[in-house]
Design a protein around this ligand. Structure first.
Ligand SMILES: [Zn+2]
Ligand SMILES: [Zn+2]
Length: 286
């Protein structure tokens, strides 16, 4: 219980520490070995993308001050969830909780691509015309809140140990920055690495403007779900250098790169063409 109390008291600091540490590492790596040239200046990208991160942090703290970790402690006190009902070995509970929560994040990601109203929110992540460490944290505040509600639900049902939720949040945050990194990793190393974690080359496919490629590689952390559920795609057709990143027809800098445009993006225009009920049958196998 002491460990739980300490984690609860220091959760914000712990997460901020890991975030800044991994962010700094990735930023240096991007300078030393960039994968692609950026189309928008780094100053513009980083000030706006990171502005959104600061705003999201404030909104989240305001709306759900206890966050997912608080929910895990609450579920523990009330005896909610599978692992609070059946006492299983702590190591098993830790690993199983992290894996199950990762599966739920994968399913949530598929859902926000499939349901039109959620895709409107998720467009903010995909409208980024470039792909770097700041893309990994670029989500509309409403999507962040939706994400938290889904986490609350799975925590209430699963009853994971508090420490598992912290580990999950920290690892997910770190891997998201890693796999959105504009970094070069030798193909041989990438092939081995993507057996255990989603790599930058694997997730970059998901940021392609091409609909079939954007509907691939939904995993953020563990790469297995995409292979298991048939959404895995090894490489982009045009190659990593020549592929276009972003969303078709969304190229106005004010809309896709400025903070104000990003916040307004869910409320503008027609729903883009690739949500599931907008897909046209082309008469053959696609
Ligand atoms: Zn996506
Ligand atoms: Zn992404």
């Amino acid at each position: 219980m002491e460990l739980n109390d300490w984690i609860l008291a220091n959760e914000a600091g712990l997460r901020l520490g890991f975030f800044t540490g991994v962010f700094a590492l990735m930023a240096v790596w991007e300078l030393l070995a960039p994968r692609r040239a950026l189309t928008v200046s780094k100053t513009l990208r980083w000030s706006n993308n990171l502005g959104l991160v600061v705003l999201n942090t404030l909104v989240l703290r305001l709306v759900f001050p206890a966050a997912a970790v608080g929910m895990a402690a609450f579920a523990g006190e009330l005896g909610w969830g599978l692992f609070n009902y059946y006492a299983l070995p702590p190591a098993f509970e830790l690993v199983a909780s992290v894996v199950v929560m990762d599966l739920v994040i994968y399913l949530q990601h598929v859902m926000v691509h499939a349901v039109p109203v959620f895709w409107r929110l998720h467009r903010v992540h995909h409208a980024d015309p470039d792909y770097d460490v700041t893309t990994g944290a670029r989500f509309h505040p409403f999507e962040i809140l939706l994400s938290m509600l889904i986490k609350f639900a799975i925590i209430a049902a699963l009853g994971p140990p508090v420490v598992a939720v912290v580990v999950f949040e920290v690892v997910l945050n770190a891997t998201s920055m890693f796999n959105h990194g504009n970094v070069r990793i030798p193909a041989g190393i990438d092939r081995v690495l993507r057996l255990i974690v989603v790599t930058p080359d694997m997730h970059r496919v998901h940021h392609s403007v091409e609909d079939d490629e954007a509907n691939s590689n939904f995993g953020f952390n563990l790469p297995w779900w995409d292979r298991l559920f048939g959404t895995y795609r090894a490489q982009p057709r045009a190659g990593h250098q020549d592929m276009s990143i972003g969303i078709h027809h969304y190229s106005d800098a004010k809309q896709v790169s400025w903070l104000t445009g990003m916040l307004w993006l869910p409320f503008v225009g027609r729903i883009s063409g690739y949500v599931i009920n907008r897909r046209e049958w082309n008469g053959g196998d696609s």
